[in-house]
Design a protein around this ligand. Structure first.
Ligand code: 5AD
Ligand code: SF4
Length: 386
């Protein structure tokens, strides 16, 4: 049987899809890169913003109209967030599987295939229940983080942790990916040693907040740095409240670690940062990046910004704008706020009108483009994956 997997969202999801692909291939399925010929169509979804979620649902709806006799499955964050509601939106959907259950996917698909009603069965009691189960550990490792199939023979993502405990008020990740769990250091090092032996020299460590890796992220970096065969080390994402001088020194002192930090700012206004529950102020953020730039030669600093968070005034927005003008990030990903059901911010009125969000979004995009065009953002080019 042939499986098609499409990924929406972040690098965490890309790694999950690669893992899922490996599981199916081990069971003898063929992986294909277009949905027409597939028997099984899986979408590994993102729910961090409304737009991403809607795009996945509408794309799957189109495919379902075009091709009838396939098993369709929604997997990952949006599946976890929307649960049974997805069956109402997509009546032909065969499977919903949450983020903590992806290791069971081939088993669930086999059950659908074996079911007497044929491929179009709206099966699912079991998957509906199982998708909410907590992640279980096998041999102390987190099942869906285990290394298997690798798409690329030059570089690889390595998950070092899963979930998030920060509960930023706008963010759905803690609800869909669960509590923070660090993977044991020996599993991570063994995986990377294995990659090194296969000639994979470029490693990106993944976690929602790598700086809160337990017991010690800087120590983990030091150990990875010693592994023979590894030449480039990158990591995503850092939270400004947990990044520190020890980390900056470790980056500067290693000739393998890429001189790149992704430090999401989200807003330049103290009032909004507090409402977002970010755990730092504007001043603290500015001091932090000042230290990072002092310590790390040729640092490539990137960020995420949300415009139009509930109650954001012109004054709050100008705080963000001015901070961006002064800081001159190498790259800034700018998002319009969208409420996510279940989060704290979703309890507030989404009161910044769409046209105001659009205007603020454009102002920041234009500013960032200008900074990029004039190359006034950094001293050296960075070779990170982003
Ligand atoms: N609305 C808009 N942007 C969001 N992000 C996270 N949640 C939301 C939301 N509800 C952005 C943040 C985060 C990035 C991955 O997505 O900027 O850093
Ligand atoms: Fe990644 Fe978050 Fe989107 Fe899930 S919701 S795919 S963790 S960005």
């Amino acid at each position: 049987m042939k499986v098609y997997i499409r990924t929406f969202g972040c690098q965490m999801n890309e790694r999950d899809s690669e893992f899922i692909a490996g599981l199916f291939m081990e069971k003898g399925y063929e992986l294909i890169d277009s949905p027409e010929e597939a028997d099984i169509v899986l979408f590994n979804t993102c729910s961090v913003r409304e737009h991403a979620e809607e795009r996945a649902i509408s794309n799957m709806g189109h495919l379902m109209k075009q091709y009838k006799n396939k098993i369709y499955g929604m997997v990952g964050c949006a599946a976890q967030a929307l649960k049974g509601k997805l069956f109402e939106r997509l009546p032909k959907l065969g499977l919903v599987c949450g983020t903590g259950e992806i290791a069971k996917l081939p088993e669930l698909v086999e059950k659908i295939v074996d079911s007497s009603g044929g491929l179009n069965l709206r099966y699912l009691e079991e998957a509906r229940k199982s998708k909410i189960l907590a992640c279980e550990n096998i041999d102390g490792d987190i099942p869906e983080l285990r290394s298997r199939y690798r798409e690329n023979n030059k570089r690889a993502y390595v998950s070092i942790m899963r979930g998030c405990d920060n509960f930023c008020s706008y963010c759905i990740v803690p609800y869909v990916r669960g509590r923070e769990r660090s993977r044991k250091i020996e599993y991570i090092l063994n995986e990377i040693k294995g990659l090194g032996k296969r000639g994979i020299k470029d490693i990106t460590l993944l976690g929602q907040n790598v700086n809160s890796y337990r017991p010690d992220f800087v120590n983990l970096l030091g150990e990875i740095n010693k592994i023979q065969g590894v030449e480039k080390i990158n990591f995503l994402t850092s939270h400004p409240k947990d990044a520190n001088i020890e980390l900056f020194k470790a980056i500067q002192d290693s000739d393998k670690i890429i001189k790149h930090l992704h430090l999401p700012l989200q807003s330049g206004s103290d009032r909004i940062l507090k409402l977002m529950n970010r755990g730092y102020t504007r001043e603290k953020y500015l001091n932090l990046i000042g230290e990072a730039r002092n310590i790390i030669q040729g640092l490539h600093l990137t960020t995420d910004i949300i415009v139009g968070f509930p109650t954001e005034t012109e004054e709050d927005f100008n705080d963000t704008l001015n901070l961006m003008k002064d800081t001159k990030f190498g790259m800034a990903y700018i998002f319009k706020y969208s409420p996510r059901t279940g989060t704290e911010a979703a309890k507030l009125a989404d009161d910044v009108p769409a046209d105001v969000k659009g205007k603020r979004h454009k102002i920041l995009l234009d500013l960032q483009r200008e900074i990029h065009k004039r190359k006034i953002y950094e001293k050296t080019r960075c070779h990170c994956v982003n």
